[in-house]
Design a binder for this molecule. Structure first.
Ligand SMILES: CC(C)(COP(=O)(O)OP(=O)(O)OC[C@H]1O[C@@H](n2cnc3c(N)ncnc32)[C@H](O)[C@@H]1OP(=O)(O)O)[C@@H](O)C(=O)NCCC(=O)NCCS
Length: 155
C-alpha cells in the first residue's frame, strides 16, 4: 500500500452514507445506519478509515473499555483487497491505541473467514478460545483472539 494515496483518519457523521454502503458490500449481515450512527456518537466507540481520492476504501471500528479494545469490524472494499490495506489500517489503529495507553486488543472471527484469520494471526494475534456455534445464522464457531500491545510495544 502506498501511504501517499490513502488518507487515514477518524470517521464522522459525514461519512455515514459511505460507511453503510461499504458495510453492505463487505458483510452479508450488515450493520444498519442507526448502529453506525450510535457508534460514531458514543465516546467509547471509534471508527477509523482509509480514503483514496476522498472515497472510503476501508474502515475499522472498535470499542474502548478501560485499557482494552474490542475490535468490532475491519473491512476493505473488494477493489482494494490484497494490497496490504487491511494490515496497514489495523497497524495504524493499534498504534493510535498504544498512544492512548491501551494494553490489549481482542476480537472474535468466524472459523470460515480465512482471509481475516490469516490477517490477524500474521499480525501477531493469538487464539485464546472458541465459542461453539456462536453465530446464529449458521451456528458457526467464533474463534477468539487477543493481542498484547505492551509486548508488541517492546518489539
Ligand atoms: C479480511 C480483510 C479485511 C483483509 O483485507 P485486505 O486489505 O485484503 O488484507 P491485506 O492485503 O492487508 O492482507 C494482509 C494479510 O492477510 C492475509 N489475507 C488477506 N486476504 C486473504 C485471503 N483472501 N486469503 C488468504 N489470506 C489473506 C494474508 O496473509 C495477507 O498477507 P499477504 O498479502 O502478504 O499474503 C478483507 O478480506 C475484508 O474486508 N473481508 C470482508 C470483511 C471481513 O470479513 N472482515 C473481517 C471480520 S470483521
Amino acid at each position: 500500500m502506498n501511504d501517499v494515496f490513502y488518507k487515514f483518519g477518524k470517521l464522522e457523521i459525514c461519512d455515514l452514507d459511505d460507511l453503510v454502503a461499504l458495510e453492505k458490500i463487505c458483510f452479508p449481515h450488515a450493520w444498519t445506519e442507526q448502529q453506525f450512527w450510535l457508534c460514531i456518537k458514543q465516546k467509547e466507540y471509534y471508527i477509523f478509515g482509509l480514503k483514496k481520492a476522498g472515497k472510503l476504501a476501508a474502515y475499522m471500528s472498535f470499542q474502548h473499555i478501560i485499557d482494552e479494545i474490542e475490535i468490532l469490524k475491519l473491512a476493505v472494499h473488494p477493489a482494494h483487497r490484497r494490497k496490504g490495506i487491511g494490515k496497514r489500517l489495523l497497524g495504524l489503529v493499534l498504534q493510535n491505541c498504544m498512544n492512548m495507553g491501551i494494553k490489549k486488543a481482542y476480537l472474535e472471527v468466524r472459523r470460515s473467514n480465512t482471509a481475516a484469520l490469516a490477517l490477524y494471526t500474521g499480525f501477531g494475534f493469538v487464539q485464546t478460545g472458541i465459542r461453539k456455534g456462536y453465530y446464529p445464522d449458521n451456528k458457526e464457531d467464533a474463534l477468539l483472539f487477543s493481542l498484547n500491545l505492551i509486548t508488541r510495544r517492546k518489539d
